[in-house]
Design a protein around this ligand. Structure first.
Ligand code: ACO
Length: 329
């Protein structure tokens, strides 16, 4: 029997127009452009401004563009998965709101919370629905309004994050392209190093939690850095080994964009040169669910059918993973 794979058949992204530069951050906290660039690689990030706008609005912009670009009717979409840690509200899911805002009426939808690895977790979930024959046209959205959970008085975190959304269309194929393999991991014991303390069932919102600034990202940067470097590099090398891929076979590494030093370490470990690595952290910062789509979107013109691409991420949870994609168009 012919194997059915899931292929990525389109991609579109949205980044809000306001750009927060390192210079502007220098006026907000005790930091410098020099420190931010040398420690992270980030120069600017996009921020969603304006009342009444949330993650689903950015996600909807990305999905609208994707449907138009791929000439797809919203009626034909049967599943929408949104990877996000910043849904518009605790419930309903951001994916429900995105479907509603884009006229997608024949799909069921749900959110996936795996922090910076969320987009890849969502891609592989969509892949299983397609491989099983259960779904024919799936939209995976990575969208985060990180500015909504960032404390702009904390120099350790406010320099890192930005807002954006990316949407991918996945469809079945019998060709030898698409989502070829994946490796994933999670380790809940990593939660003390990276989490949001309040607003969940453990510590519901109260005057006390607000005064203690517990509704913002808490991160012990150095500890997370150590795990991220090891796990992202390990899992990227592992997927190559598992599939007998050499550095010559890999056209592109698409790493989650959290820190340029983590990206460099991953590329070194895989033995691939810097010009095969998609890097745009300097213009977007860490947009959590949107970093990998933003890269694929910006490099889309350079991609060729059959290119071997390795996606790799590490994030809060801890969560990590790598996906081997053979580009389909
Ligand atoms: N400007 C100037 N100085 C700063 C700043 C800043 N913005 N931030 C921290 N510093 C200072 C610290 O106070 C410290 O000063 P001290 O030596 O006097 O105590 C010094 O710089 C070094 O601080 P470190 O935290 O050790 O800096 P580090 O080199 O580790 O860089 C960073 C911090 C960028 C956060 C890094 O640790 C990192 O990238 N960590 C991993 C992030 C990550 O991958 N997260 C996972 C994904 S996010 C998610 O899932 C939502």
């Amino acid at each position: 029997m012919t194997k059915i794979r899931a292929k990525i058949s389109g991609i579109h992204c949205y980044a809000p127009p306001y750009i927060l530069t390192n210079k502007e951050l220098e006026g907000m906290v005790d930091t410098s452009d020099e420190w931010i660039v040398s420690r992270t690689g980030i120069r600017e990030r996009h921020i969603q401004k304006g009342e009444g706008l949330g993650t689903s609005d950015m996600g909807a912009e990305a999905v609208k563009g994707l449907l138009e670009k791929t000439n797809t009717s919203p009626d034909d979409i049967d599943l929408v998965i949104c990877a996000t840690v910043t849904p518009d509200m605790m419930f309903p899911a951001a994916s429900n709101l995105i479907s509603h805002k884009t006229g997608i009426k024949n799909a069921f939808s749900f959110d996936m919370n795996a922090a910076c690895s969320g987009l890849m977790f969502a891609i592989i979930t969509a892949t299983r629905y397609i491989e099983s024959g259960a779904s024919k046209k799936v939209i995976v959205v990575g969208a985060d309004k990180m500015s909504s959970i960032t404390d702009y008085t904390n120099r350790e975190t406010c320099i890192l994050f930005g807002d954006a959304a990316g949407a991918l269309l996945l469809e079945p194929t019998t060709e030898d392209v698409g989502i070829m393999d994946s490796i994933f991991g999670t380790d809940g014991s990593g939660y003390p190093y990276l989490h949001m303390k309040a607003g969940g069932s453990l510590r519901p919102a109260s005057y006390e939690t607000i005064d203690a600034k517990e509704h913002f990202i808490f991160q012990e940067g150095q500890s997370v850095f150590k795990f991220a470097v090891t796990k992202m590099a390990d899992v990227s090398a592992e997927i190559m080994k598992k599939n007998n891929l050499t550095s010559e076979d890999v056209a592109w590494l698409v790493p989650h964009q959290a820190n340029l030093r983590i990206i460099d370490a991953t590329a070194r470990r895989m033995g691939i040169s810097k010009d095969q690595v998609m890097i745009n952290i300097q213009r977007y910062g860490n947009t959590t669910g949107a970093t990998i789509p933003l890269c694929l979107w910006e490099w889309e013109d350079k991609l060729k059918k059959g290119d071997n691409i390795i996606l790799a991420a590490f994030g809060g949870g801890f969560t990590w993973g790598s996906v081997w994609v053979k580009w389909a168009y």
